[in-house]
Design a binder for this molecule. Structure first.
Ligand code: PGA
Ligand code: ZN
Length: 444
């Protein structure tokens, strides 16, 4: 049993300098806190992020209403009460809100309370002094997970789309160091490749300023919208960086994409069209592009290759290349068990991106993961483009044996905080720590 004795909420700042919510929960001499992240290329089906809309503060992006909802609505309902399980606690939060998408209180009010409760409960139940490992112990077992698998990092070293202003349509170009026995070795390879990419860009006279997730974001074309072949230029740069760092592309290190294609799509009478490299393309044409790329480049995973409304396009995409490559639904599934169920029934995608704040409680996040697990879909725990020093997702990735994590590049401490936490967890787990490398992905 965990008795909540005090609740504190405040407005703090995220990695883009926008306000977000931090919550602290107290029980006896224990204190646990959590900060909620925030997306930019958000899916339409995501739970509501409550912003004040007051133009006189932070250009309308203040979160004082959400803070107030924690203080005035949530705190009175949990203060002085004892809770046995996370699911009971989260059910109370959901009922308090009462809407399907957390529209009344805001997911940014509900989620930090849910996360802080998980931490508090872990600290109270565990004999471990190390709270991250305690969270791992507390959550593991939910679907047979043992809480010992360190995730393969999908490192977003080249940013485009909404996370940059370089005219590149695809949002994330990631390197995936799989050919290693330990997480720390995989991470080291990723970091070395990031540094070698930096040198290559400098030599070419391209800027090495970074985007929201710490990846480089140079303009590789003078046009506003990067034209034909520009995406392949980026893929080639990454292969170059891998080889220059002394690794073998396609053996030690693979590539992954998050196209975030909802952002460059539009609904038309005939379906959905995509504005890509200077022309308008159909779902079938985008599928052909991906087919060509996976035959030419060591691409292991493609996220949101088609848009969130393009279910029929997604079905065909999955039929065409779902056996060869991991197809990840982010905007498509928004960590929502109902959307995922629809995807599983229709044979759409084979993997789900897991973002706590898309759905708004830990319990619902775990439900989506369990459903994915039972249906043979892989899971990737993910950060948001607006992050903080909170590294809950690192603990969650290990606790659930998720197998993969997406938490940015090798710069910006909001991203590295998560990698550092994973290094701590690897050390704390010692000889029990596992790392599955390519085994974390669907067979190819
Ligand atoms: P977001 O981007 O946090 O801006 O939504 C991350 C992603 O699309 O995976
Ligand atoms: Zn995404």
């Amino acid at each position: 049993m965990v008795k909540i004795e005090k609740v504190v909420a405040r407005e703090v700042l995220d990695s883009r300098g926008f306000p977000t919510v931090e919550v602290e929960l107290f029980s006896g001499d224990m204190r646990a806190s959590a900060i909620v992240p925030s997306g930019a290329s958000t899916g339409e089906g995501e739970a509501l992020e409550l912003r004040d809309g007051d133009p006189s503060r932070f250009a309308g992006k203040g979160v004082l209403k959400a803070v107030q909802n924690v203080e005035r609505e949530i705190a009175p309902a949990i203060n002085g009460k004892e809770f046995l399980r996370q699911s009971v606690f989260d059910d109370l939060l959901r009922n308090l809100d009462g809407t399907p998408n957390k529209a009344k209180l805001g997911a940014n009010a509900i989620l930090p309370v849910s996360m802080a409760f998980a931490r508090l409960q872990s600290m109270i139940h565990s004999k471990q002094g190390f709270s991250a490992l305690a969270l791992t112990e507390n959550i593991s077992g939910v679907f047979g997970s043992q809480g010992m698998t360190l995730p393969v990092p999908l490192m977003n070293v080249f940013n485009g789309g909404k996370h940059a202003d370089n005219g590149i349509a695809i949002q994330e170009f990631m390197i995936v160091p799989t050919g290693f026995n330990r997480f720390s070795d995989s991470l080291r390879a990723g970091v070395e490749i990031f540094h070698s990419l930096k040198k290559i860009l400098t030599k070419k006279g391209l800027t090495t300023a970074v985007g929201d997730e710490g990846g480089f974001a140079p303009r590789i074309s003078s046009e506003d919208e990067a034209g034909p072949g520009s995406h392949e230029k980026v893929l080639t740069l990454l292969l170059d960086a891998i080889e220059t760092a002394g690794y073998r592309a396609g053996e030690d290190v693979f590539l992954a994409l998050d196209c975030a294609s909802s952002e460059f799509s539009k609904k038309t009478g005939a379906g959905v069209s995509y504005q890509f490299e200077g022309s308008s393309r159909s779902s079938a044409e985008m599928t052909q592009i991906y087919e060509k790329w996976i035959s030419q480049y060591p691409i292991l995973s493609i996220e949101d290759g088609l848009a969130e409304h393009d279910w029929e396009g997604w079905r065909i995409l999955t039929q065409r290349i779902g056996k060869q490559v991991q197809l990840v639904g982010d905007d498509l599934f928004v960590t929502n068990p109902e959307f995922l169920k629809k995807g599983i029934e229709r044979g759409v995608a084979n993997s789900i991106l897991v973002k706590l704040n898309q759905i708004g409680t830990l319990t619902e996040t775990l439900e989506a993961m369990k459903m994915a697990h039972l249906s043979g879909y892989t899971t990737i725990i993910s950060h948001r483009s607006g992050e903080s020093e909170d590294c809950f997702i690192a603990d969650l990735a290990v606790a659930t044996d998720a197998g993969q994590i997406k938490t940015g590049s090798a710069s910006r401490s909001d991203r590295l905080a998560k990698y550092n936490q994973l290094l701590r967890l690897e050390q704390a787990l010692g000889s029990r720590a596992r790392f599955k490398g390519k085994g974390s992905f669907p067979a190819r």
